[in-house]
Design a binder for this molecule. Structure first.
Ligand code: FAD
Length: 445
């Protein structure tokens, strides 16, 4: 381990939650940081955009891409205590225009991120309306970053950096369900990425595919105006099939078997004449600007090879990724990954050899295969996230994840299943919220 702390010139791509905390960690460690952001403000996903894309399914490569997938009514699916960064708690602000609820609206999250950026002076590092179009290895192991700043009328600018950290988000390129016969189906389809309000579904018969947070929220909201809502959830248990308790116009089904011609047929034997299919089926990783000559690829939604979801062994530590794991408490994971990157780049800590990192990745892939985990779930880690967070923390000397955060996340997951309609307003973990508040006293002046 070297003790000669070195300052690097680092490009961060994206100014969402991951890019902002990465910028903070890099600067805290003494690096010189530039954050590229193609949007006109910071916040990434949390910048609500009422506009939708020209292709509602998000398949047309020439469509106008809208970054955020937020719907107008969205409230967080994690309690604010659990969601915030470790040393910058997402506390209630009893000020005009702020949402003090425990599960606040998306606007409050954006304001929290804006506060974070102001309090840590991150804004001055961010180049807004500047899209990165190419990242490639240049001479001497440095990175060429080609960008297109709007203020230069989109003339290209090429700069050289020691390292690049990719924080471009992964809720932009929709994955859609494969439905036999769908090309002959006569109804309309969209992906949840392009859902904003329930208005288009008034008096319609709607099939919603998916069982995760967006499917739960959208089905409830659409059911307030639609004639019927049918949810196709491939992981649904048989005893839950049929009418959803408390709703007159909502049914749970297994997977869609086919949609030839008119009716949508489910594997449970039921069929409906639907007007709309809404795919709440997740997203694909996409790095259109990244050229690594094969050192990093995306294969069936596996970004790899990556040592512990962050460093490609071939290019480490000069290229890294923050925020790939999903089904996690993201902000606390981002700050650990970015602290690890910052301290590795400065030489404060060392990575294993390229061979050892490659062995680690191969062992991980073998374990996924042995457990029958599909490749596309490589970065999905709801159960492993805390071990992962603590493993990363150990690498860089970051504090371990708080016990209350783990318990609160688990309590919220259970509550969401128990009370899908009201978990944001009724809960049983006030004791954990009290523990969190006590902990926050360490960081609040
Ligand atoms: P993003 O927020 O997507 O930011 C990426 C940024 O990179 C964007 O600003 C984008 O413009 C920029 N960018 C991309 N490409 C380029 C380029 N080539 N050049 C320059 N800039 C570029 N998490 C929670 O903790 N709680 C919740 O309740 C919650 N609800 C969610 C609901 C929905 C519908 C979705 C989609 C996600 C939700 N999440 C939630 C997860 C959320 O994605 C994370 O909380 C987090 O905001 C992701 O941050 P990020 O920085 O990784 O990505």
């Amino acid at each position: 381990m070297s003790t000669a702390i070195t300052r690097r010139h680092v490009a961060v791509i994206g100014a969402g939650a991951a890019g902002l905390v990465t910028a903070r960690e890099l600067r805290r460690e003494g690096h010189e940081v530039v954050v590229f952001e193609r949007g006109n403000q910071i916040g990434g996903t949390w910048v609500y955009n009422p506009n939708v894309e020209s292709d509602p399914l998000g398949l047309d490569p020439n469509r106008n891409v809208v970054h955020s997938s937020l719907y107008d009514s969205l409230r967080t699916n994690l309690p604010r205590e659990c969601m915030g960064f470790r040393d910058y708690p997402f506390i209630k602000r009893d000020e005009k225009g702020r949402d003090s609820r425990r599960f606040p609206s998306h606007r409050e999250v954006l304001m929290y991120l804006q506060d974070f950026a102001v309090d840590f002076g991150i804004g001055e590092l961010v180049r807004l309306e500047t899209e990165v179009v190419l990242v490639e290895l240049g001479e001497g192991g440095k990175w060429r970053v080609k960008s297109k700043p709007l203020k230069l009328n989109n003339e290209y600018v090429v700069e050289i950096y020691d390292a690049v950290v990719i924080c471009n988000g992964h809720h932009v390129q929709p994955r859609i369900a494969h439905i036999p016969g769908i090309n002959a189906w006569r109804g309309q389809q969209m992906h949840s990425h392009n859902y904003r309000t329930p208005k288009p579904f008034k008096d319609q018969v709607v099939v919603i595919i998916g069982g995760a947070a967006s499917a739960v929220d959208l089905s409830r909201e659409i059911a307030t105006v639609a004639k019927e809502v049918h949810i196709a959830d491939r992981s649904i248990k048989e005893d839950k099939l049929g009418k959803v308790p408390g709703h007159d116009n909502m049914w749970l089904h297994s997977t869609i078997e086919s949609a030839h011609g008119s009716p949508v047929v489910f594997q449970d034997g039921k069929a409906v004449n639907a007007d709309f299919i809404v795919h709440c089926t997740g997203y694909k990783y996409d790095f259109p600007f990244l050229q690594t000559k094969g050192a990093v690829t995306v294969d069936d939604n596996r970004v790899g090879p990556l040592y512990q979801h962050v460093f490609p062994p071939e290019l480490a530590p000069w290229l890294s990724f923050v925020g790939l794991p999903w089904m996690v408490a993201p902000f606390s994971l981002f700050e650990r990954q970015s602290n690890w990157i910052a301290r590795t780049l400065s030489n404060r800590i060392a990575l294993p050899s390229k061979e050892k990192m490659t062995e680690d990745v191969e062992a991980f892939y073998s374990s996924l295969e042995a457990s029958g985990t599909p490749k596309r779930y490589t970065h999905k880690m709801p159960d492993l996230q805390w071990d992962y967070d603590n493993w990363v923390s150990d690498q860089c000397g970051f504090p371990a994840i708080e016990e209350w955060r783990v318990e609160m996340y688990n309590a919220t997951s259970k509550n969401r299943v128990l009370r899908p309609e009201s978990y944001r307003d009724v809960w049983d973990d006030d004791d954990l919220a009290d523990q969190a508040q006590k902990d926050f006293g360490n960081y609040l002046i």
